[in-house]
Design a protein. Structure first.
Length: 49
């Protein structure tokens, strides 16, 4: 079973969100969400190629 880049990204996203929530730092959370959006867009471009 191959692990795709998207699956790895999703795992990282969940972990980052959990960490941000535990630290309860809204700015960090915003940064994470922005990174997630960019990351998912990049992943989609990779898949479309």
């Amino acid at each position: 079973m191959m692990v795709t880049t998207v699956q790895i990204l999703q795992l990282v996203m969940v972990l980052l969100l959990r960490v941000a929530q535990q630290l309860s730092k809204p700015q960090l959370l915003d940064t994470m969400l922005n990174l997630i959006l960019v990351g998912s867009q990049l992943a989609q471009h990779q898949l479309l190629r």
